[in-house]
Design a protein around this ligand. Structure first.
Ligand SMILES: Nc1ncnc2c1ncn2[C@@H]1O[C@H](COP(=O)(O)OP(=O)(O)OP(=O)(O)O)[C@@H](O)[C@H]1O
Ligand SMILES: [Mg+2]
Length: 368
């Protein structure tokens, strides 16, 4: 057993269902009190990993430590964890209070103590006076909060949440996200949160593990993942990204440049480039980090001319696709509509425009 400072330490964990490898040698640590998310497409193994943390699923290889204790031989009800499921099964035949105190029934607590604890929970989830309400007389968001209270009343050290907001509409979902984050800060326990919604993961998490095909591709803070993805797969998965093939051109020790298809030659700080002369790379540039203008901007570090292809007006911002000389694939550009009359929104296809960006907008990655 390897001792670490982590609250949850996942060490070389794999899970096979028959010959199918659902989890492929995952190692990562989750800190005490952290809001940690598992993010990845359907079928990548998020629920499986969560179920292994809860003890509903055994590990085929490796070990999970919680609070420095190995968990292989610990049954679910003896683990300091509790799980909130995607389809928050609250009991329709019980009222709100009995739903919340359901998990306490095996503990020898007086009726008044249980009531008191339920009241405390109702206060916390901002539904005081709802104790005697029937479970069938609740909105989706209220039901979700009851499911949370039911898990939290058992005072777990870790709360596992499997897409708990998946069934809610966008507006309620965004409101619940804020509430969930505030609640987690308030009670200070560790949350492991599963979602396939990248915006939700970015909004809520201290750190995020991006998963694909049973593997963890990168564990990082939201800004770390978005601004400095380590691979093109992660860059593509979080937000939108333009990729340009490039070749490193070193110019002695002091300067380096990347020759690209489409963007011309980009000067890069040598300190940021750990690649040898002649190395093939991918230059990644987010759509919103490119500025669009009718003429060449004077002060721009980098600028190229392009032709407008298509555009889409999305209210708060507009998306443009532009064509560059020497490149088949159009480049995506996203611009906030800070003024009501954004000239580019009216410009016809084929109009000449200028793209500009600063050096720190560029991420240099290995080719796929
Ligand atoms: N009991 C099982 N027996 C066989 N295969 C399983 C079992 N449970 C999960 N799998 C497979 O393991 C893979 C991972 O499943 P998992 O439920 O962990 O995915 P997920 O990331 O939670 O996906 P979703 O976002 O759709 O919920 C899938 O290919 C799934 O079919
Ligand atoms: Mg799942």
């Amino acid at each position: 057993m390897t001792k670490t400072d982590a609250f949850i330490s996942i060490q070389n964990v794999s899970k096979f269902f028959g010959t199918f490898r659902a989890i492929d040698d995952i190692s990562m640590d989750i800190g005490r009190g952290e809001f940690f998310s598992l993010l990845g497409p359907s079928g990548c193994g998020k629920t499986t990993l969560l179920r292994m943390l809860a003890g509903f699923e055994s590990t085929t290889a490796g070990e999970i430590f919680i609070d420095n204790q190995p968990t292989s031989d610990v049954p679910p009800h003896h683990r300091p964890v509790n799980m909130v499921f995607q389809n928050y099964a609250i009991f329709p035949h019980l009222n709100v209070r009995d739903n919340i105190t359901y998990g306490l029934r095996k503990q020898k607590l007086s009726r008044s103590k249980r009531y008191e604890m339920a009241e405390e929970m109702l206060e916390m989830i901002k539904l005081p006076d709802y104790g005697t309400r029937k479970a069938t007389e609740l909105s989706g968001g209220q039901r979700q909060r009851i499911a949370l209270a039911r898990a939290l009343i058992l005072r777990p050290k870790v709360l596992l949440l499997d897409e708990p907001l998946g069934a809610l509409d966008k507006q309620l979902r965004e409101q619940m996200q804020l509430e969930l984050r505030a609640l987690q800060r308030q009670i200070g326990i560790t949350f492991v949160f599963v979602t396939h919604d990248q915006e939700e993961a970015l909004t809520l998490s201290d750190r995020i593990a991006v998963m694909s095909g049973g593997k963890v591709l990168q564990v990082d803070t939201p800004t770390g993942l978005y601004e400095t993805p380590k691979t093109s797969v992660v860059a593509r998965f979080i937000g939108n990204m333009n990729f340009f093939d490039g070749t490193v051109r070193r110019n002695g020790a002091a300067a380096a440049a990347i020759e690209t298809e489409g963007l011309g030659t980009i000067q890069v700080p040598v300190a940021d480039l750990d690649k040898p002369d002649g190395a093939a790379v991918q230059v990644a540039l987010r759509p919103e980090k490119i500025a669009l203008s009718a003429t060449r901007p004077d002060a721009a570090e980098h600028a190229v001319s392009a032709r407008l292809d298509t555009s889409a007006y999305l209210g708060e911002r507009s998306h443009f696709y532009v064509n560059l000389e020497g490149r088949d694939e159009p480049v995506a550009v996203s611009q906030p509509n800070t003024s009501r009359f954004n000239a580019a929104n009216q410009a016809p296809s084929g109009t000449e425009v200028w793209l500009s960006w600063s050096s720190d907008a560029i991420v240099v990655l290995d080719p796929e």
